[in-house]
Design a binder for this molecule. Structure first.
Ligand SMILES: [Zn+2]
Length: 237
């Protein structure tokens, strides 16, 4: 049976004794639906309410809190949900999207999220894939790092990278926080432009890259995810 809608389930909360409210990322925005009776063992909606899964579904048209009628699991992403490291990073990505996506291009985001989850499920380096996602998501938010000139004065003679200036900087605009390590700068540049169908065939300073991406979200969006703490426990930074 063909269903009318498709989405990736990023969050599911209990609602009353028997029901759930689910949150989906779709190509037109974040949708919340009431899944009546979904907490009951025999409910056909129960299997549609698993976090980190892609479902197709039908819903009521009411504006307030539409009802989830029925649907099918398109991908349960078992390669992700059975792995703590992958689950932690995907939860982090979901939090970033859920908290920060207000006025963004959901059609682009949905396509990009699908590719990102497919790559993570296939077992490719989840940390590097998340770096790529988080860096490109800065572009959708309109706060992407500037790489081809000084972020402050447009000079082409760049000597370093600075989160607080918004990207590359010239000698006039360096600060105490500027980074001059060329290997790091080359790595973050390549991650920002990385095509997820390709291999990661360049070296990355992972610890510093993690810190710089965190600083970006903290400084420009005042955001730090709850999952970030678990990631820190897994990787040690
Ligand atoms: Zn400058």
């Amino acid at each position: 049976m063909a269903n009318n809608y498709e989405g990736i389930l990023i969050k599911s909360i209990d609602y009353t004794d028997s029901s759930k409210i689910i949150y989906l990322i779709t190509d037109s925005g974040i949708v919340s639906l009431l899944a009546k009776g979904a907490r009951k063992l025999k409910s056909p909606l129960r299997q549609l309410c698993q976090t980190i899964s892609k479902i197709s579904y039908n819903q009521s048209e009411s504006k307030k809190l539409p009802l989830l009628y029925n649907g099918d699991v398109v991908n349960p992403y078992l390669g992700i949900t059975q792995d703590l490291e992958k689950t932690s990073y995907v939860s982090h990505i979901f939090e970033v999207i859920y908290k920060l996506s207000t006025d963004i291009d959901f059609s682009t985001l949905y396509k990009f999220l699908n590719i990102t989850l497919d790559r993570i499920e296939k077992g490719i380096d989840v940390e590097l894939i998340s770096f790529v996602f988080e860096l490109k998501f800065l572009y959708l938010l309109g706060i992407n790092p500037v790489f081809n000139r000084c972020a402050d004065c447009d000079s082409n003679e760049t000597i370093g990278f600075d989160v607080y200036r918004g990207g590359m900087i010239c000698s006039q605009h360096k600060t105490d926080y500027s980074i001059f390590d060329i290997e790091f700068i080359t790595g973050i540049y390549k991650l920002y432009y990385h095509d997820l169908s390709r291999e990661f065939d360049y070296s990355i300073n992972r610890k510093l890259t993690r810190k710089i991406i965190d600083d970006y979200y903290q400084h420009y969006m005042n955001f730090k995810s709850k999952s970030r703490e678990i990631i820190g426990q897994i990787y040690g930074y």
